[in-house]
Design a protein around this ligand. Structure first.
Ligand code: ADP
Length: 489
């Protein structure tokens, strides 16, 4: 194919013989360089696959001989190796998609400051688990909306911040965002181990890792760079060993000419839920994962228990009678599906079971005949996705911080409510407004009851809301909900 192209080009342009020779030579060099790069890539790939595979193979043989091998330790190595291999496969699929041109960019207006806040919220626990501060540094005047592909931009920033956390042992990781003349600059600054100048270029190539023993497959930056390039931007790094690093991404993010007519309503962060306290049992042998989930769920008002083995989980479940179980699929030396099946037998259908795993849902470990679980979440998960799954399983109605909804003009004044309940009232008002927006009548009944239960002073307002709901006058209900939030502020 290359030869044909060269030939056509030459005849069509009528190039002179020396020109033609020079171009032939250049094309040959380029083809050879591409081939060499491919060979290097495949050699590195084989190496990357071989090391974890060797570990799995070796430990499996040791287990077969069962001579003095600690099965838990072996299972842990095998699991880590399997996880490494699966991240490798995921990374390769990403690269194949990008390089194959199969990746199409979306372009949609996003609420820019909120997008950044949510991203940082999501990564906060990861940073905290390592004792690091994670800071979002953004000027107050960022545009409210910019056009971009939110999924890809999020992927780029998550990769950089996750790396910064991984390669930093103490101090701070900062995401600094600047915006001028449609040009957004994202700087991810850490106080970590840094990178030698000689390595600064090659870390963007696949499988290039210079960070010592820290986990990783060396594809993150290659993917990040490819994404930034197809988004029309550039990525650079400044770093010194021992002095931290700064990865900088520059992207043109235009502002919509007029604010989107129907922007997705700003769903405020979840702060809790309506109704009685729910009990959650976490089953995972990875303490970091348990800490992370506990850190997510406890502040929302869940009673959280955890267990790192099946036996402990079963005993604890008998004791606390959880409403929901989040169960890891591969525990050291144990199969999460078996634990789930036993829990199902003992606690019946009322117990909701969500399996959490780095493996796909069609994992060979899943017992084909007996899917004991109610839902499946893949690691790493977006907290919002996990919360959606939990809400669906437990039929929960979330309380959220109030969005920036303007107070309704002309709404009848509501009775004054106790100032001490301010934040809770704002949250209830916002939740009711949200349920009105999605027309969730059954949810509204519950939310109004919950508002009434908050304080006797709220009863008259709740009555007016119920009357509006009975008339199906959602506009009046929305106005009443907004007066709650405004009144409490
Ligand atoms: P991985 O993190 O899986 O090893 P990446 O492609 O994301 O792969 O990164 C490649 C290498 O670049 C890392 O192994 C590390 O040596 C270096 N690196 C990336 N980010 C940082 C950082 N913030 N501080 C120090 N080194 C880094």
């Amino acid at each position: 194919m290359m030869a044909g192209q060269r030939h056509d080009g030459l005849t069509a342009e009528g190039a002179s013989a020396p020109d033609a020779l020079a171009r032939l030579a250049a094309a040959k060099d380029a083809a050879e360089a591409a081939n060499e790069a491919k060979t290097r890539f495949l050699a590195s790939l084989a190496h990357e696959i071989r090391s974890p595979l060797n570990a799995i193979y070796g430990y499996a043989q040791l287990l077969e001989r069962s001579e003095g091998t600690d099965p838990l330790a072996a299972a842990r190595v095998i699991r880590r190796s399997a996880e490494h291999l699966s991240s490798l496969v995921e990374g390769l699929l990403d690269i194949a998609q990008i390089e194959g041109g199969a990746l199409t960019l979306a372009r949609e207006p996003i609420r820019f400051p909120e997008f950044l806040d949510q991203l940082i919220d999501m990564l906060q626990l990861q940073a905290r688990a390592k004792g690091l501060a994670l800071v979002l540094d953004r000027p107050p005047g960022l545009p409210e909306f910019v056009n971009t592909d939110p999924k890809r931009l999020r992927q780029v920033l998550i990769n950089l911040v996750t790396n910064a956390i991984k390669f930093t042992d103490q101090g701070t990781v900062t995401l600094r965002v600047e915006y001028r003349n449609q040009l957004a600059t994202f700087s991810v600054i850490d106080t970590g181990i840094g990178i030698a100048p000689a390595d600064a270029e090659r870390i963007f190539a696949p499988f290039e890792r210079v960070g010592g023993e820290r986990p990783g497959v060396g594809l993150g930056l290659a993917i990040t760079q490819a994404l930034v390039h197809i988004m029309g931007g550039e990525i650079t790094v400044e770093s010194m060993p021992g002095e931290g690093s700064c990865f900088r991404v520059r992207l043109m993010l235009s502002q919509p000419l007029s604010p989107p007519t129907d922007p997705a309503p700003a769903a405020g962060a979840v702060t809790g839920y309506l109704g009685r306290e729910r009990r959650v049992l976490l089953i995972d042998d990875d303490p970091a994962h348990l800490t992370m989930l506990r850190g997510l769920l406890e502040p929302l008002g869940f009673q959280v228990h955890d267990a790192s083995t099946g036996a402990r989980a079963l005993a604890l479940a008998a004791e606390v009678q959880p409403d929901l179980v989040l169960c890891d699929v591969m525990l050291a030396g144990e199969n999460g599906w078996d634990i789930a099946a036993q829990l199902r037998r003992r606690h019946g259908e009322a117990l909701r079971i969500v399996m959490v795993s780095g493996e796909g849902p069609l994992s060979a470990l899943a017992p084909a005949a007996l899917p004991a679980n109610d839902a499946f979440v893949m690691k790493p998960f977006d907290f919002a996705v996990l919360l959606d799954v939990i809400a669906a399983q437990l039929e929960l109605v979330w309380l959220r911080v109030a969005g920036a909804a303007p107070a309704a003009a002309g709404a009848a004044p509501s009775p004054r409510l106790p100032a001490a309940l301010g934040p809770q009232l704002v949250a209830h008002g916002a939740e009711i407004a949200r349920l009105v927006r999605i027309g969730h009548v059954r949810g509204l009944e519950g939310a109004i009851d919950a508002l009434a239960a908050l304080t006797p002073e709220a009863a008259p307002l709740a009555d007016r809301m119920r009357a509006a709901l009975d008339r199906f006058d959602l506009a009046a209900l929305a106005a009443l909900a907004q007066t709650v939030a405004a009144d409490a502020e």
